[in-house]
Design a protein around this ligand. Structure first.
Ligand SMILES: Nc1nc2c(ncn2[C@@H]2O[C@H](COP(=O)(O)OP(=O)(O)OP(=O)(O)O)[C@@H](O)[C@H]2O)c(=O)[nH]1
Ligand SMILES: [Mg+2]
Ligand SMILES: [Zn+2]
Length: 335
C-alpha cells in the first residue's frame, strides 16, 4: 500500500474537476492545477478493478485501457507539485460513491472477463438532483422512477426538483408528488419566473457535490442561473463545445459553487442508468417495497409479477404501494 497524504507532507491533495486525454484538472484551494499520471500508476490503479471472477487476472496493456480511465471526475487525488505549476498524480483516495457504466468497447471483448470493466463517470457525488418540469414538458414519472433506482443502486440520496411551478395550479401535482414524499424522497418545487423554492434549492445544493439529471428543456440551466448567476451559462457553454451527439464521449465536469458545493451535469446518465441491475434485485431499490421483500410465498425467487401469495402484489392491491410505481418496477424488471 502507498502512504496516505497526511504521512507525506510533500504531497498536495485536490479534487479532479475535469479531464481530457490523460490530463486532469485538479482543484486545490481555489486554484486549478493541470496534472498527469504515469503509465505505471495507471496500470496499478486499474488492476484491482478487473472482474474478480476472472481467473486470468493480469495487468492490462496500457494501449487497451485508453477507454477506461482509472481516475474519475470527482476523485480526490494526491499529487506531487512540479515547479512549472503542474502536478503528478500518485494516488487516488478511496471513493465514497460512484456513478458508473460499462467501459465503451467492452461489449466486443465479452469473452475476456478481464475486460469487463467499470467506467466511473463521477466519483463522490453526495446527492442526485432529479429535475422535472411541472409542465412543458409534462413530468415523465416513469423516467423519474428510473433515475431514483439509479440513485438507490449507487447509494446516493436523491432530491426531486419540480421546476416551472408557475405554469400549473399549486395543487395540480400533489397526488403524484405525495407518492414520492411517502417513499421518503424530498421534493422541492421551484419557479424561476416567480422565484418560489429558489432559496430552498440553493440551500440544498450548498456544501456538497450534486449531480443533475433531467431531460432537455426542463429548466436545469435556468435553475442553476437562479441559484448562482452565470453558473448555468458556464454549464451551457460546455454543452456547446461538446456538441449534441455526445452519446459516446461523455463529458463530465464539476462546476464549483460559491457556497463551496459543486454541480455536475451528467448528459450520459440515461444510457448507463441500470448498467448492472438484474430483474428481482430492482425491487430492493424501491424503498416502499423493501418491507415486503422475503415475505412472498416463493421467497427470493418471486418475481412479483403474477405469482400467488406475493407480498408486493398484495401491498399494491391494498394501496400500500402505488400502482404507478409498481408498473415502473415491472417495466424495469422485464428489461
Ligand atoms: N414558465 C417557466 N419557464 C421556465 C422556467 N424555467 C425554465 N423555463 C423555460 O424553459 C425553457 C428551457 O429552460 P432551460 O433552462 O434552457 O432548460 P434545460 O434543462 O437547461 O435544457 P437543456 O440545456 O437543453 O438540457 C426556457 O425557455 C426557459 O425560459 C420556469 O420556472 N417557469
Ligand atoms: Mg441547459
Ligand atoms: Zn412477490
Amino acid at each position: 500500500m502507498q502512504s496516505t497524504p497526511s504521512q507525506s507532507p510533500d504531497l498536495a491533495q485536490g479534487l479532479v474537476t475535469r479531464k481530457n486525454r490523460g490530463q486532469y484538472l485538479v482543484r486545490m484551494n481555489g486554484r486549478e492545477v493541470p496534472c498527469t499520471i504515469s503509465n505505471r500508476l495507471r496500470k496499478q490503479l486499474l488492476y484491482p478493478t478487473a472482474d474478480p471472477a476472472s481467473r486470468r487476472r493480469r495487468v492490462i496493456d496500457v494501449r487497451e485501457i485508453d477507454f477506461v480511465d482509472p481516475i474519475a471526475v470527482g476523485d480526490q487525488v494526491a499529487f506531487i507539485e512540479v515547479e512549472d505549476g503542474t502536478g503528478h498524480i500518485v494516488m487516488v483516495l478511496p471513493r465514497r460513491t460512484k456513478l458508473s457504466r460499462w467501459a465503451a468497447g467492452s461489449a466486443v471483448r465479452r469473452d475476456d472477463s478481464a475486460l469487463h470493466m467499470e467506467q466511473v463517470l463521477v466519483a463522490n457525488v453526495e446527492q442526485i438532483v432529479l429535475v422535472f418540469a411541472a409542465a412543458q414538458p409534462k413530468p415523465a414519472w416513469q423516467l423519474l422512477d428510473r433515475y431514483l433506482v439509479t440513485a438507490e443502486a449507487a447509494g446516493i440520496p436523491a432530491l426531486i426538483c419540480i421546476t416551472k411551478m408557475d405554469l400549473v395550479k399549486a395543487n395540480r401535482l400533489e397526488a403524484a408528488l405525495n407518492i414520492y414524499r411517502s417513499c421518503g424522497y424530498p421534493v422541492v418545487q421551484t419557479s424561476t419566473v416567480d422565484g418560489r423554492g429558489i432559496e430552498t434549492i440553493r440551500e440544498a445544493f450548498s456544501g456538497k457535490l450534486s449531480a443533475l439529471m433531467g431531460k432537455s428543456g426542463v429548466g436545469k440551466t435556468s435553475l442553476l442561473n437562479a441559484i448562482e448567476p452565470d453558473l448555468g451559462l458556464r454549464v451551457n457553454a460546455v454543452r456547446e463545445r461538446d456538441g449534441k451527439g455526445r452519446h459516446t464521449t461523455t463529458h463530465v465536469e464539476i462546476f464549483p459553487l460559491s457556497s463551496s458545493g459543486g454541480v455536475v451535469d451528467t448528459p450520459g446518465m440515461r444510457e448507463f442508468a441500470l448498467w448492472h441491475l438484474e430483474g428481482p434485485e430492482i425491487a430492493s431499490y424501491f424503498p416502499e417495497m423493501r418491507p415486503y421483500l422475503g415475505q412472498c410465498k416463493f421467497g427470493a425467487s418471486c418475481r412479483h409479477e403474477n405469482e400467488p401469495g406475493c407480498a408486493i402484489q398484495d401491498a399494491v392491491a391494498a394501496g400500500a404501494i402505488a400502482e404507478a410505481r409498481y408498473q415502473s418496477f415491472l417495466k424495469m424488471a422485464s428489461e
